[in-house]
Design a protein around this ligand. Structure first.
Ligand SMILES: CC(=O)N[C@@H]([C@@H](O)[C@H](O)[C@H](O)CO)[C@@H](O)CC(=O)C(=O)O
Length: 323
């Protein structure tokens, strides 16, 4: 079935695979909002400064799930993408802009716009109100978005827990470069490690296969991830960089120790309630940046709830100058 795509025989190396693509630790950034719920562009410059200087994170994924893209208008997404790209210049290695929408037309408009503003890549999620039922339908949708930005590296963004789209990603990869010449990989935010492994196994050396379930990144690395994109790298990016370095140097014990700490934070948070509002508040509390509330229908956690999670974070990851 995959006659044109030779399975990878060599172990993929996180630092050399797809050198100009998505590698290493990439923060899926939150969207700063004012207390009134409007996008808050002036926070973006200090946000980039924080990621780069305090978290040692040099790549960002903009307007994704963490960035509340589906709750934003096309005009807001354009303004945000522009500001992130502008302020990241010289400070970040890669800015990948998510342009997926429920409507093909909106996705195309955002893809065109991302190309105009110099994004390093675009990613597209599957529409999820009306869902594609076959890999071919999804591929055709992706193709029609990608052709609007033909020179920009294109990534499929798989997040089945949110979209409910269960098309195996491996099926999507078959002959994909014939349809989408700009195709450069997958942002895989699912927990089906067999599907992820099969994507890696049938990928090309110049593709990026980034894993997006932060609490089990180590398993994604074992399958051959070239990097990781996630929300928690906003506030534990430097630790997860250490984790990846430990993994690369075959120090499994150290890599696992760091992974387990993140699992503990997520487990604790899930028990008392963990959603985008809680996650965003934790980032505000850890970084000292005022990211504001999430957009309705999501809401802020209560102060007690936020404090309990911050305290758990501090007990696991230590000193935080703003707590
Ligand atoms: C479903 C979801 O939001 N997954 C997050 C994870 O980073 C997730 O927040 C983390 O693993 C904690 O569960 C990312 O994969 C999403 C992401 O990269 C994005 O914001 O686009």
């Amino acid at each position: 079935m995959f006659s044109q795509v030779a399975p990878q025989t060599k172990v993929r190396n996180m630092t050399s695979a797809a050198e100009t693509g998505m590698t290493g630790i990439i923060a899926a950034v939150f969207t700063p909002l004012t207390p009134e719920g409007e996008i808050n562009l002036p926070v973006i410059e200090p946000y980039i400064d924080y990621l780069s200087k305090k978290q040692n994170v040099k790549s960002i994924f903009v307007n994704g799930t963490t960035g509340e893209s589906m709750s934003l208008s096309v005009a807001e997404r354009k303004a945000l993408a522009e500001e992130w790209c502008l302020k990241a210049k010289g400070n970040m290695d890669q800015v990948v802009v998510h342009v997926g929408c429920m409507s093909l037309k909106d996705s195309q408009e955002l893809a065109e716009h991302a190309a105009q503003i110099g994004a390093d890549g675009i990613a597209v999620i599957s529409p999820s109100f009306f869902k594609p039922s076959t890999a071919d339908d999804l591929k055709e949708y992706l193709r029609q978005v990608a052709i609007k930005a033909p020179t920009v590296p294109f990534y499929y963004y798989h997040v089945p827990s949110v979209t409910g789209v269960k098309v195996p990603v491996r099926d999507l990869l078959h002959d994909i470069e014939k349809l989408i010449p700009s195709f450069k990989g997958v942002k895989f935010s699912g927990s089906d490690l067999m599907d992820f492994g099969q994507c890696v196994s049938h990928s090309r050396p110049h593709w990026s296969l980034v894993y997006g379930v932060d609490e089990q990144l180590i398993s994604g690395l074992a399958m051959g991830a070239t990097g990781a994109v996630g929300s928690t790298y906003n506030y534990i990016g430097s630790y997860m960089k250490e984790m990846m370095a430990a993994y690369e140097s075959c120090d499994q014990l150290q890599a696992r120790a760091i992974q387990f700490k993140l699992q503990e934070l997520i487990c604790f948070s899930m028990k008392i309630g963990f959603d985008l509002g809680v996650n965003k508040q934790l980032m505000s509390d850890v970084s000292g940046l005022d990211l504001g509330p999430p957009r309705l229908p999501l809401t802020r956690p209560t102060p007690e709830h936020a404090k309990a999670i911050l305290q758990k974070y501090l007990s696991l990851f230590g000193y935080c100058p703003f707590a």
